[in-house]
Design a protein around this ligand. Structure first.
Ligand SMILES: Cc1cc2nc3c(=O)[nH]c(=O)nc-3n(C[C@H](O)[C@H](O)[C@H](O)COP(=O)(O)O)c2cc1C
Length: 396
């Protein structure tokens, strides 16, 4: 079982402070404990109450506040943190840390920690490209501090250029990836399929399966953060494309089949988490089918069983399938594991109310071809992905 991780989030006084709220929310959804330290300037932009409500912890901003329990807070937080992330990071905090200044709660906590520290700078382009700021960043990088570099774009001041805070999903994914993620898949190739596929009926209608893509995207991100070379083949999904993976967008079963076969041969691990449509209309109407009085009958025919095909031609690949069932979950998953020549199958009880489909959480049983059954209790999908790769990589 994964130990709950603690992130200390340092918030400094830039215009992008409000975006750090979204990072808190994303980390909390992954089951991560978040403690927020705000600088005095940051409190000018957003009331600490917002961070308090989202993190469900008191926000700390004054080093000389009367402590709630007797402990020296900058030391206890510095020790408690698995990671300290500064979002957004002002030119000021970068300059202070780079020069060994510890004159408030945040800079003192950073000074006192032995854990990893990551900065996500955000500032006006002229500030960001200022030689002093760049020298401070280089110096900190040389000392082992990490950076999530800013984007180029339209800044709050109206200028266009470098200095825009990296997107919040990139920041939260990077943090999650840095939290004790084993780097045990360097040089491995991993193919993941995610999301639904669609089977068009006519130009406006289609049938599909329920799937947000969250489970597959989390698997792809976990493999990426463990150092693998990842290809993600996704059906239609509203999720943002993960950075640092080869992304192939498909719609139908046959498009997914072709994309998977094109990429299958040299993969080490293939995880088929997509909810592929098993049936398609017997014929596609190129004109929109007119509404008629009475019943409209749709004839459906079976479409390709991609997982079965992959099992049949499997060579060195570790093949992982998913089974979404509403009854006799384990029995049906066992049959599928055998029939499709899989190495693992992740059995997903779709009757559960607070996990599965669009939820960020899942509760699954992983069945291995050697007969082992491992129950993964309700946890964020990213942590399910971590446990799955721990199992595949012999770390469980
Ligand atoms: C409206 C406004 C927006 C600001 N935006 C930024 C910013 O995006 N990045 C930055 O480095 N400084 C920005 N500053 C300047 C910082 O607030 C200032 O350097 C402050 O001393 C930073 O303190 P801190 O690092 O302790 O939070 C801004 C100031 C104001 C008034």
């Amino acid at each position: 079982m994964c130990k709950v991780k603690t992130v200390v989030l340092g918030v400094t006084g830039g215009i992008a402070v409000y975006k750090a709220l979204d990072v808190v929310s994303r980390l909390k959804k992954q089951g991560i404990e978040v403690h927020v330290i705000m600088t005095k300037s940051a409190c000018e932009f957003v009331n600490p109450l917002s961070f308090q409500a989202l993190s469900q912890n008191m926000v700390i901003n004054d080093m000389f506040d009367e402590p709630k329990h007797w402990e020296i807070q900058h030391i206890s937080l510095a020790k408690k943190a698995d990671l300290i992330a500064i979002i957004p990071a002002t030119a000021n905090i970068i300059g202070k840390v780079s020069n060994g200044i510890a004159d408030d709660m945040l800079s003192t906590t950073i000074m006192a920690t032995k854990s990893k520290v990551v900065f996500a700078p955000a500032m006006n382009t002229n500030m960001y490209t200022n030689a002093i700021v760049q020298e401070n960043i280089s110096r900190l990088k040389g000392l082992g501090y990490e950076f999530i570099l800013p984007d180029t774009g339209r800044l709050a001041c109206g200028d266009v250029g470098e200095g825009k805070l990296a997107p919040t999903d990139v920041i939260s994914d990077t943090i999650i990836g840095m939290l004790d993620c084993p780097k045990d898949m360097k040089g491995k190739k991993v193919l993941v399929t995610a999301g639904p596929t669609i089977a068009p009926i006519d130009p406006v209608r289609y049938i599909t399966n329920r799937s947000s893509g969250k489970m597959g995207y989390s698997i792809a991100e976990e493999a990426r953060d463990r150092g693998a070379d990842v290809t993600l083949i996704s059906g239609p999904s509203s999720l943002r494309r993960p950075f640092g993976v080869k992304f192939i967008s498909v719609n139908t079963n046959s498009e997914m089949l072709n994309a998977v076969l094109d990429n299958y041969k040299d993969q080490d691990v293939v995880v088929k988490s997509a909810a592929v449509a098993d049936y398609k209309p017997q014929s596609y109407s190129s004109e929109k089918i007119k509404k008629i009085d009475g019943k409209l009958t749709l004839n459906l025919i079976k479409d390709s069983d991609i997982l079965k095909k992959l099992g049949d031609i499997k060579e060195k690949q570790i093949l992982v399938g998913f089974a979404a069932e509403s009854q006799e979950l384990i029995k049906n998953a066992e049959i599928k594991l055998q029939k499709k020549n899989l190495d693992y199958i992740v059995a997903n009880d779709i009757t559960s109310k607070d996990t599965g489909f669009a939820s960020s959480y899942n509760k699954v049983t992983v069945l291995c071809k050697d007969g082992q059954k491992i129950l993964l209790e309700k946890m964020p999908k990213r942590m399910i992905a971590r446990e799955l790769f721990n199992l595949i990589n012999g770390k469980r």
